[in-house]
Design a binder for this molecule. Structure first.
Ligand code: GLA
Length: 362
């Protein structure tokens, strides 16, 4: 076939455009939009790593503190509801679903070009009182509990269908002895409830990546081994589990894994075909703060971020609150606090600068 000059020139031009476009997009990695994020923010710097950086959002602070709300938009590419997507919040009264707060967060995220991590469809804590009481009194039997759980997952995952990029389908289903956690779900429904939860979530929202999520599973340990075995088993049964989330609640008094240790653990889940995420990162300390503790804290944050960046499919890194002004830690661990990357006045702590440096250098 005779190729005309014009055709050859067009082909050459097309090839050039393609090369240039590829080069430009590889340089900017625009698969994550900047949205409302400011230049040089954590979320912005993470774009070229194809990584979303998120924060948990406290909806009370969100409503009452404009600085808190603005910084969520300018710093992060992902948000998680700290509480308002939990069963106990959504269905305080049996049969009456209240999505007001969660919808507001989802709209905020959309306006600012952020994605939403769904947290969580099934957890043994923060369940509705009526459910705990019904089970305790025997009024709710196993068959009814199963029907309620199924309905809950369809209600919530269905309500947010298409708006959630990752769902923590089950949260903390393995205990600190690496056994399936003794909860009303395990006791009454048997171990199959985990597979059921993933299947129901998949039916309700095919678009979201479906996660196992827990604490103390950042490195290789008996507990993360138990998750590895669980993930293998679920996958072998064709259960649609797609992600493994390590919460990342650290304390400087306990020490940390190394970045390679975190990567080694995440990588084995990725070899099973899962993606991975750090889902609730914070690094608490025994109060008061001092420089060595703040430096140690920065190290805790950095090994988790580096571990994530060292593997191929770590897709999100979420901090569990970003300012010491609002944190679950002091209320939960007496005498501890200062777990976040900004201080109470929204000033950067060493941990914040460390995360920025890693995202810039790597
Ligand atoms: C766990 C849960 C979170 C949150 C923290 C503490 O990690 O997954 O939703 O409740 O505890 O606040």
């Amino acid at each position: 076939m005779k190729v005309t000059r014009a055709a050859a020139a067009t082909a050459l031009a097309a090839a050039l455009v393609l090369t240039l476009t590829t080069a430009v997009s590889a340089g900017n990695d625009n698969d994550i939009a900047r949205g409302s994020m400011s230049e040089g923010s954590l979320g912005d710097l993470a774009r070229r790593h194809h990584l979303r950086v998120g924060t948990a959002v406290d909806m009370n602070a969100f409503h009452n503190d404009a600085v808190y709300q603005d910084r969520i938009a300018s710093e992060f590419s992902s948000v998680t509801a700290e509480n308002v997507m939990k069963w106990g919040e959504i269905e305080r009264v049996r049969g009456q679903l209240d999505f007001t707060q969660a919808d507001e967060l989802v709209r905020f995220a959309r306006r600012n070009g952020q994605q939403v991590r769904g947290h969580t469809l099934l957890w043994h804590n923060q369940l509705p009182n009526w459910l705990n009481e019904g089970v305790a009194s025997g009024e709710i039997d196993a068959a009814e509990l199963r029907a309620l759980l199924r309905q809950h997952i369809f209600d919530v995952a269905g309500h947010f269908k298409g708006k959630i990029y990752q769902w923590d389908v089950v949260n903390e289903v393995i205990d600190d002895n690496a056994q399936l956690r003794d909860t009303i779900f395990l006791r009454m429904l048997g171990p199959g409830y985990i597979a059921d939860a993933f299947r129901w979530a998949h039916q309700a929202d095919r678009g979201a990546k479906l996660y196992l999520n827990d604490y103390n599973v950042e490195g290789i340990s008996a507990k993360s081994d138990a998750y590895y075995a669980l993930a293998q088993q679920l996958l072998a049964q064709g259960v649609p589990v797609e992600g493994f989330g390590a919460q990342g609640h650290y304390g400087v008094q306990f020490g940390f894994h190394t970045a390679f240790g975190v990567a080694e653990n995440l990588r084995r889940f990725e070899r099973l075909g899962l993606e991975t995420s750090l889902t609730e990162v914070d690094v608490r300390m025994i109060m008061p703060t001092d420089n060595p503790k703040l430096q140690a804290q920065a190290q805790g944050y950095s090994v988790l971020l580096e571990g994530c960046l060292l593997v191929r499919r770590c897709t999100s890194f979420t901090v569990w609150g970003y300012t010491d002004k609002y944190s679950w830690v002091p209320g939960f661990f007496a005498g501890q606090g200062a777990a976040n990357i900004l201080d109470e006045n929204f000033n950067a702590k060493p941990a914040y600068e460390e995360l920025r440096a890693i995202l810039t250098l790597s």
